[in-house]
Design a protein around this ligand. Structure first.
Ligand code: NDP
Length: 330
């Protein structure tokens, strides 16, 4: 089986020398194991963090190890009582064509509800992140004004649509006119700001003159500062990610407008989606319901190729090359 292993820890944007594409024989199946064929590999901004040798919510990927990834796969052999040949499953099998697993952390998925890529997007980890982030961490109430960054991405696009379905006014921030058009014309956002072409701070002031109740932050950096400058009293900032800084080689100065938290009696709360794992079924049911009612569109950006395309596909997340959930289809 072909696999992608971490060859060296990158500094800045991961280059081709970060990865080693190897071909290995898989071990024979033991008792209570499954052999899976990977169909779809999830590309996540968090992967960049897993390459750094630092303490985080998960241990870093070790040098020489198969790159960690969430995948959708098909069971092709099984000695496990809970899995049959042909089952569609989701699991952390890594960037590999085939994998042997003892079934721990592997979940069966129903391709009748949605196709495989959607189980990595709106019905997968990004959808869970959006759901618990906006509803539990953000404590969204109907009538509030929500701003979300990386709004045309996997998490952001679902955040905005869940907020709309719950009666909020939603403003998305994304890079480029085409992504902004998709937000307002296809995904039902009330407004969109193109951070590449517009002054975000002033556009937010025009679009939300009373201030923002929730800023769902996926990017950090200058856009976080622009949101801080436009809060409403009692605002909540949901710290989901800071993708604008993931490839930084040096720490940059913190948010220069953080005193807005004091002025507006606001809070900023970070969260990790894994802490809600026991409630994923609730979120899957709710999101599948909104999809069925036509209130939520799941968008996936599927790149066809082999595992060897992993490195260049991952970097699309940092250039904004993706619209919706970025998936590598093998
Ligand atoms: P996306 O699909 O949103 O892809 C990343 C997007 O980020 C790009 O498409 C790009 O869109 C935008 N981006 C990249 N660089 C910059 C930059 N310098 N400034 C502004 N925008 C930038 O990825 P995900 O939806 O998977 O992840 C979104 C965020 O959510 C990430 O920060 C991720 O780490 C976080 N996350 C957090 C979780 C948690 O448990 N806390 C779980 C899952 C994800 P554009 O063209 O608009 O620039």
């Amino acid at each position: 089986t072909q696999q992608v292993r971490l060859a060296r820890r990158p500094s800045g944007l991961p280059g081709t020398d970060t990865w080693n594409v190897t071909t290995e024989d898989l071990p024979a199946l033991g008792e209570g194991e499954i052999l899976v064929k990977i169909d779809y590999i999830s590309l996540d901004p968090a992967m960049r963090g897993w390459l750094n040798d630092v303490r985080s919510y998960l241990p870093p990927v070790g040098l020489g190890e198969v790159m960690r990834s969430l995948d959708i796969a098909t069971v092709v052999e099984s000695t496990h009582p809970d899995f049959a040949v042909g089952d569609a499953v989701s699991g952390t099998f890594g960037v590999t064509e085939y994998a042997v697993s003892d079934g721990k952390g592997v979940t069966k998925i129903d391709l009748g509800v949605a196709p495989g890529p959607t189980w990595l997007g709106a019905l997968g980890m990004p959808g869970m992140t959006a759901y618990f982030g906006i509803l539990e961490v953000g404590k969204l109430k109907a009538g509030e004004t929500v701003v979300v960054s990386a709004a045309a991405g996997a998490v952001g696009s679902v955040v905005g649509q869940i907020a709309k379905a719950n009666g909020a006014t939603v403003i998305g921030i994304a890079g480029g006119a085409e992504k902004c058009r998709i937000l307002t014309e296809e995904l039902g956002f009330d407004a969109a700001v193109d951070y590449r072409g517009e002054d975000v701070l002033h556009r937010l002031r025009e679009l939300a003159p009373e201030g923002i109740d929730i800023y769902f932050d996926n990017v950090g950096g200058d856009i976080l500062d622009a949101a801080l400058a436009n809060l409403r009293r009692g605002a909540r900032i949901v710290l989901c990610g800071a993708v604008s800084a993931y490839n930084d080689e040096k720490l940059r100065p913190g948010p220069s407008r953080y005193m807005s938290l004091l002025v507006f009696r606001a809070s900023m709360t970070g969260f990790v989606v894994f802490d809600y794992a026991d409630r994923y079924p609730e979120a899957v049911a709710a999101i599948a319901g909104w999809i069925a009612e036509g209130k939520l569109k799941s968008r996936e950006h599927i790149v066809a190729g082999g595992v060897a395309q992993f490195g260049e596909t991952l970097n699309m997340l940092f250039s904004g090359g993706n619209t919706g959930k970025l998936v590598l289809a093998l």
